[in-house]
Structure formats: C-alpha cells, structure tokens
Design a protein around this ligand. Structure first.
Ligand SMILES: [Fe+2]
Length: 504
C-alpha cells in the first residue's frame, strides 16, 4: 500500500508550522491545512477559456485546522473552511473562509484547542449523562467541515457525525450563525440534508448513539419547522446520507454501528459490521410518521453517499455507492491512527436498489465495479429521474482517501467515462453546473478543484460534461492551495445574483 508520505512533503510556504510536529497523514501533503483566508478577483486561466455561459459558484467544504489538535487528529476534526469559485461573464473570483463555529471561537479566545476530536480523549461523565440528550458534539469537536446545502437563500454547512447547522452568506461565505430554524431545532442534524429543488423544503434528520436514535425533520422553504417525528430503530445507527422524491424520503439503517455499552463504559466508539443483519431502507412520506415507514431489506453493507432517487409508478429507484464489505480492517503498522485510516479507506461500487410501495417487491443490482464515491447528479434534479452522475475515482492502494480521477456514469446502461487526473494532481468532489439552458441533462459542466502535490499549485478545472475524457476545457489558477476535503456543490447564478438574472 502506498503511504501518504509517498505523495509529497509539506508545502514550505503555506502551512501552520505545528503540523510538522504531528505524525498524522491527514495533516500533510495534499491534506495539509493552509494558514489564511483569501478573497481574490480576476483569476487567470492557465489553459483554455472560462465558458461565458458558466454562471454560478462552485463551493467546497473541508477540514482546515488552525491550531494543534488536542489528542489524536481525525480528518473530521479540522476546522471547516469553505472554498468558493464564482463564475460570471467568462471570469472567475475566489474566496476561502473558515466557518465560525463555536469550537473555533473557543479556540481563538483561548489560544488552544479546547475540545477533543473524534478519537478522544472523551469526558466519560458527559457521555454517561447524555443518555436522553440528542446533541452529539457536546463531548466532541463539531467543525461543520463536511457538507453544504443551499436553503432559503443561504448556505447551510454541517458536520459528518450530525452537528449544528451553520448558516453562511452565499456570496461572501461569512458565517451568519447557527441555524435553528427560528429556535425550533433543538438537536443536531445529519450532514446530508437535501433541499428539494422544486419546493425549496429542507429535509433532514438527526441521529445519535442514544434515544431517540433518529428524528426526522422537514423545514419549509420559508425557514420554518414544518414537521418532525421520531423514528424508532433497533439501536444506534450510523446513517450518512438520505434521498428524496417528490412524495417520499428514504432513510438508512445499515448493519454497521457503534456498541453503545462499550461507548458508555470506555468512550470508545468502536464500529462493527454485522454481516448477519440486512441493509434496511425506510420509505417515509415527506410528512409521514414513524408508523407509516415502509422498511425494505437488502444485502448487508454500507453506503456513504447516494446519487439520487425517483418515483416510477409504484416503484422507487435509488442509485448509490455501495460498500459490500465495510469491515474496518486495521493495519497494526499504522499504530494509534489505524482505526481512522481504516475507516476512511473505501472499497465500493455503483449500485441500484428498487422498492415497490404497493407490492413490497424489491430489486438490487450492481451497475459497475469501478471503485468510485463522492457521487453527484445534477443536484437541481434531486428527486426526479437522472441519467448521469459524476463521481470521484478512489484508489484502493493508498493509505489515505484521495481523489484520482473524474468518472461520469450513464445510468441508462451503466456505462462510464473516466478522466484520470494527471500524475501528482488530486481533485475534489465535482458537481455539475448547468450552462445555457439545453434539453440534454448533461448540457453543462463538471467542476473540480485540483491540487498538484509537487509544487502546491491549485486550480479550478472546468470539464464539458459531455466530454469528460477530453480533460478540462479551462484551468484557472487559484491564489492559494486547496487542501483535500469533503463535499462540494454548485449554486446556480440566478440564486446568487437574482438582480443580474432579471436584467439579463
Ligand atoms: Fe458525506
């Protein structure tokens, strides 16, 4: 297995010096944090031209710790930083800015990291006293570093392990505060809520190691809480994503979860794969209650990210990236970091599940065998049938999680196109951005942020979504390095500059 140290040493110019004291792969090379915020305009291309019809913003969240961690560092512990590239009239500008979480405020005030990360050490008294409390991050640093959603004109960021929702201005990336939907939200929320592009509603849930194991929410397009209901599960679970259709939400129950007794006893969040239990998907009407959830059982495994789901008569079809054997295989040579490194490594493929709400019939089918994840359709088509999706190619022979190529799938026949990033370049999740209105679903662009680990250059790359294999049609030099990170999204220009859209 290739080690992270094979990738490169550290950027000599743009990194906090404390990273040199910490032996952790997710603090070095392509993962090393940067030291400042940037706002820059009139970016220059290094190749090609920015398409004049590319109108909107590519936003990406990711970890960027400011201070030396307390205890062992997990990739999810890094303070959230959002990188934004804004495209308009054939030009581009760039902003990178930290998310102002309460954990970050505490750190800046005290000059040191106050809270433990995901690998502890934990305050066991706080965990034991939490049995009926739903807030997870009280005993663990909530960095909001994982996802982004556009909702009610704002960007909502969230954390991997269910955290507080933070609200950002979409144009400046300034943090406006924690989003509680008028005080109605009293729990954390899962990272992967979905905004319905047709109704503007925000659909999400909270989950945790203690009862209630899952609480389902629908927020109206006006920002007001419209619906919440407790969903009973057999025990604590580790869902990560969800999908929506116009009428339903699909919830996840995978046989990969913590041992709550061990957690209370030791604070150790050991994850075990129970291969004797099924994968279960729960279909709930958007405003349904737990008594109305229809559960469908499938082959055991795990899914981090779904592509999309849609209704087809009595059927719901759902595509996603499936891990048939999510066993956490620790490599003893990796020492105390073995658990984190093992958990973040990925082996999986594109898969389709179908559920008949009338007959209870079910189907599942592997669509391909390529090792892909971080899968996105045109997110403005969440909930309706999509033909195409854009994934990252994940190496199976690397110690850490890295993105080595862009893959476009045609779900009508399972075929794919692959563009491998050039040697030394690592990409980011690559959302689709619509160009000039056209009839074809892939009439637009896929965009990624790529970093060269040989000289620490970062660029925004724009691909013609119909010709991924041709490589980027434009490469834009960014004024700072973009460390490897988590989720990205495309925000259409009319949502950012509504006045300009009207004038046009
Ligand atoms: Fe995710």
């Amino acid at each position: 297995m290739r080690k992270y140290t094979d990738l490169n040493p550290n950027d000599p110019a743009d990194r906090p010096t404390w990273v040199d004291e910490v032996d952790n792969p997710y603090l070095h090379g392509p993962y090393a944090p940067v030291v400042s915020e940037i706002t820059a305009v009139d970016l220059k291309t290094t190749a090609g031209e920015i398409p004049p019809d590319l109108y909107g913003a590519y936003l990406r969240n990711g970890p960027n710790p400011i201070l030396k961690p307390r205890g062992p560092y997990h990739w999810f512990d890094g303070d959230g930083m959002v990188h934004g590239v804004y495209f308009r009239d054939g030009g581009a500008s760039y902003i990178r800015k930290w998310i102002q979480t309460r954990a970050l405020h505490e750190e800046i005030a005290s000059g040191r990291v106050e809270k433990s990360g995901m690998m502890g050490p934990f305050n066991l008294d706080m965990i034991r006293g939490r049995e009926s409390v739903a807030i997870n991050p009280d005993y663990c640093k909530d960095t909001s570093n994982t996802t982004l959603n556009l909702f009610n004109g704002k960007i909502l960021t969230a954390w991997y392990n269910a955290g507080r929702i933070h609200r950002l201005d979409p144009l400046t990336l300034e943090t406006e505060g924690e989003e509680t939907f008028g005080g109605a939200l009293r729990t954390t929320m899962n990272a992967h809520g979905k905004t319905d592009p047709r109704t503007g509603e925000f659909i999400n849930y909270d989950y945790g190691d203690f009862q209630p194991y899952l609480t389902y929410y629908v927020i109206g397009a006006d920002g007001k809480m419209r619906h919440q209901t407790r969903i009973d599960l057999p025990g604590p679970r580790l869902p990560h994503d969800t999908t929506i259709t116009p009428n339903y939400t699909i919830l996840h129950d995978f046989p990969l979860f913590h041992d709550p007794e061990l957690l209370k006893r030791s604070g150790y969040r050991m994850v075990t794969f129970h291969r004797d239990l099924p994968t279960r998907f729960g279909v709930i009407a958007r405003y349904g209650t737990q008594e109305q959830v229809r559960w469908f059982e499938f082959q055991p495994g795990y899914v981090l990210h779904m592509v999309n789901a849609w209704e087809d008569g009595d059927w719901i079809t759902m595509d996603g990236c499936f891990q048939p054997d999510p066993t956490i295989r620790r490599n003893p040579e990796e020492g105390p970091l073995a658990s984190m490194l093992a958990y973040l490594r990925y082996t999986g493929h594109l898969r389709r599940w179908r559920m008949n709400l009338k007959t209870g019939e079910k189907q599942e089918q592997q669509l391909d065998d390529l090792n892909v994840e971080f899968c996105l359709p045109d997110a403005y088509m969440y909930g309706v049938k999509t033909r195409y999706s854009y994934h990252q190619l994940i190496p199976t022979d690397l110690q850490t999680l890295a993105f080595e190529g862009l893959v476009k799938y045609d779900h009508s026949n399972g075929s794919r196109e692959v563009y491998r990033y050039p040697q030394g370049w690592y990409g980011s999740e690559s959302p689709f951005g619509k160009g000039s209105p056209g009839d074809d679903e892939d009439d637009g662009y896929a965009i990624t942020l790529a970093t060269n680990v040989a000289d620490y250059r970062s660029e925004a790359w724009i691909f013609d979504a119909r010709r991924i294999t041709a490589g980027p049609i434009a490469r834009i030099a960014l004024p700072g390095r973009v460390p490897s990170g988590f989720h990205a999204m495309w925000v259409a220009g009319h949502e950012l500059w509504p006045g300009a859209a009207l004038a046009a």
